[in-house]
Design a protein around this ligand. Structure first.
Ligand SMILES: Cc1cc2nc3c(=O)[nH]c(=O)nc-3n(C[C@H](O)[C@H](O)[C@H](O)COP(=O)(O)OP(=O)(O)OC[C@H]3O[C@@H](n4cnc5c(N)ncnc54)[C@H](O)[C@@H]3O)c2cc1C
Length: 293
């Protein structure tokens, strides 16, 4: 068995210092629901685990000003039990409440979901749809990265070895906005998305002012389909235009075939799921409710 040093810093500065000193040999850990599994099977082999879950700043939820800033280690159960988040960001609740089961949600963070950079991650399409940014601290200072630019490949992201994700900021969505995340899985729960779709819309009377759609499990990184906004912005909210969005999503997807579904099946699901998720986002933008999952 490989020896791994463990550190439990109490501040961001301490954590950054540890990551800087240890370089590529260190790995941050929040809930550990991805990392511990990866250590066990040898997929990641750090010499040093830096447990960031006990840093108070990384556990803060700030909902002032209509947006939300989520500390990078805030677990899913805190998110879906927060009234302000439930009210303003139900799509975030959609994601947080389907990641694993109750036990996993007690530890798993949205920050860890993002940093793990799985193509199938259930929180990332929602963050992209909501226009969120990742706030990062490193040895040379702080920076912010748009979520759509954060993942660079399966399991890879833009963070340098000395950098720590500290929080995720989601801007206020404004009036007449709504968002939704859904995934397709063959079982009822505890499965990896065959396809996931996050969408947000802002409506202006009967037309689309803006639309953001992101897809999971159909490319090496979560895919931001900007062409949907190019097509729909300024157009009427009609079944025909929603169907166009489905077609665009299907064409944008670059899926592989694996044991969960063929590439053709995934492309078909992109069409169906994008239409379904957009319709739900529109319902929410109009003040209506949609079924939980
Ligand atoms: C049984 C089970 C079911 C699951 N179901 C789902 C599911 O349905 N949907 C889904 O999307 N995922 C699922 N997962 C995966 C996992 O639970 C999620 O990705 C979770 O959100 C990871 O969060 P975490 O806090 O546990 O991350 P960790 O395991 O602590 O970290 C994940 C990765 O991010 C890095 N990291 C963590 N925090 C930081 C930070 N602040 N700065 C820099 N790097 C950091 C770590 O080094 C590691 O590489 C499941 C896992 C298990 C074990």
């Amino acid at each position: 068995m490989k020896w791994i040093d463990y550190a439990r810093p109490q501040t961001v500065a301490e954590a950054v210092q540890l990551l800087t000193e240890r370089g590529d040999g260190a790995r941050a850990m929040a809930g550990g629901t991805d990392l511990i599994v990866q250590l066990r099977v040898g997929r990641r082999q750090p010499d040093h685990v830096v447990d960031v879950k006990h840093i108070p700043d990384l556990n803060e939820v700030n909902t002032s000003g209509g947006g939300v800033t989520l500390g990078a280690a805030v677990p899913c159960h805190i998110i879906y039990n927060n009234d302000a988040i439930k009210d303003a960001f139900p799509a975030l609740v959609d994601s947080a409440s389907i990641i694993g089961g109750t036990q996993i949600q007690g530890r798993a963070s949205i920050g860890g979901n993002l940093c793990n950079a799985a193509p199938s991650a259930d929180a990332i399409p929602t963050l992209i749809a909501l226009g969120a940014t990742a706030n990062v601290s490193g040895s040379t200072g702080e920076r912010s990265v748009a979520i759509e630019d954060f993942c660079t490949g399966p399991g890879q992201n833009v963070l340098g070895a000395d950098e720590l994700l500290t929080s995720i900021s989601i801007p206020a969505q404004g009036a007449n906005s709504g968002a939704r995340y859904q995934r397709f899985i063959p079982r009822n729960e505890m499965d990896i998305a065959v396809v996931g779709v996050g969408a947000s819309v802002t409506l202006n009377n009967g037309s689309f002012e803006s639309v953001r759609v992101s897809l999971a499990s159909v490319a090496p990184t979560p895919l931001f389909v900007t062409e949907i906004n190019d097509e729909l912005a300024g157009k009427d909210v009609t079944d025909e235009n929603i169907a166009k969005a489905g077609e665009i999503a299907k064409d944008a997807a670059k899926p592989i075939s694996d044991m969960r579904g063929t590439a053709d099946y995934r492309r078909h699901l992109c069409d169906v799921m994008t239409r379904r998720v957009l319709s739900d986002a529109i319902t929410r933008a109009r003040g209506g409710n949609v079924d939980a999952h």
